[in-house]
Design a protein around this ligand. Structure first.
Ligand SMILES: Nc1ncnc2c1ncn2[C@@H]1O[C@H](COP(=O)(O)OP(=O)(O)O)[C@@H](O)[C@H]1O
Ligand SMILES: Cc1ncc(COP(=O)(O)O)c(C=O)c1O
Ligand SMILES: [Mg+2]
Length: 283
């Protein structure tokens, strides 16, 4: 499998492509990482250095890949943190070029905006661009509950209202929706959930809620889910593999006492997910 992954890069730590590429490679995916920013570290530190990449330069890199003939064998495009507002058009254009070369290819958009705790952490124009231009051309989206609410102008809360928000998102274009960090009021105490919905149904999986918030967990989640879904076209199985790997990665990170994801140390959890959680059909 080959994935064109258009995301941020950081030198220190693991978010964006610096979180997505290695787990994908470890499960055997050929990744073509294209960078939208080249930062020293993620923005959660409050201070960082390094450039946003000019959208024209991002486009050039993709054109160069196209000239190698690689788009015809690209199975998926994955996009995440965009940095500047000019990147949305570059992503949309890349998706149409990949789909022209390989009509079977899927586009997975992780609509990175923020989360319920920190609010929005991207440039002000990005959420609207995602909602109005990018998400409508996606096949798969992987919002957290906060991002799902923004995209659909709803307030997902219970399982019923979250499913209704997912239906609103699916009406915008994407047929597959993975909602991360679902925190419905009536969940089992001490748990956090993830919900995957496609044409075949909807599945919810719960794990213990660990006392931590690691930047990049969403980026690893989006990458693994995309690869597993593209491989199996089975939302339940893709969800169970993803949640297994991500939970063990986060647990190892918590145990380490480090702030950054223990991405490399956790490599066996991607290659051989323990499958310790079962997803339940909710529709
Ligand atoms: N504190 C936590 N405890 C357990 N799992 C977590 C925790 N934080 C994140 N996760 C897992 O990682 C997934 C993606 O993380 P999330 O925080 O939703 O992404 P993002 O960083 O994009 O907001 C969640 O759905 C959940 O499965
Ligand atoms: C440069 C960069 N890319 C990506 C992300 C997305 O991280 P997350 O997976 O926590 O949504 C962040 C968040 O801080 C970031 O600063
Ligand atoms: Mg995210």
């Amino acid at each position: 499998m080959k994935i064109l992954s258009i995301q941020s890069a950081v030198a220190y730590g693991h978010v964006g492509n610096s979180a997505a590429v290695f787990p994908l490679q470890r499960i055997g995916v050929e990744v073509m990482p294209v960078y939208t920013v080249n930062f020293s570290n993620h923005t959660g530190y409050g201070a960082w250095r390094g450039p946003l990449i000019d959208p024209a330069d991002v486009r050039e890199v993709i054109t160069g890949i196209e000239e190698r003939g690689a788009l015809a064998t690209t199975d998926a495009v994955l996009s995440g943190y965009q940095g500047g507002e000019g990147i949305a058009d570059v992503i949309i254009d890349a998706v149409s070029r990949v789909k022209a070369a390989n009509p079977q290819a899927l586009y997975a958009c992780d609509p990175v905006m923020g989360n319920a705790k920190s609010g929005c952490f991207v440039a002000p124009a990005i959420p609207e661009l995602l909602r109005d231009r990018v998400v409508p051309v996606a096949d798969i989206i992987t919002p957290n509950q906060f991002e799902l609410g923004y995209l659909t102008g709803t307030e997902p809360d219970t399982i019923e209202s979250t499913l209704a928000s997912v239906d609103a998102a699916r009406a915008m274009g994407p047929s597959v929706v993975l909602v991360t960090s679902v925190e419905r009021p009536d969940r089992a105490e001490g748990t956090i959930e993830m919900l995957a919905v496609d044409d075949e149904g909807a599945w919810l999986v719960a794990t213990p809620h660990l006392p931590m918030k690691a930047n990049g967990s969403g980026d690893v989640t989006a990458a693994l889910f995309t690869a597993h879904y593209v491989e199996t076209r089975d939302a339940k199985l893709a969800l169970e593999r993803t949640v297994s790997s991500v939970f063990d990665l986060l647990h190892a990170t918590l145990d380490s006492g480090e702030r950054e994801l223990q991405l490399v140390e956790s490599q066996e959890y991607y290659a051989h997910p323990r499958m310790q959680f079962t997803a339940n059909r909710v529709r």
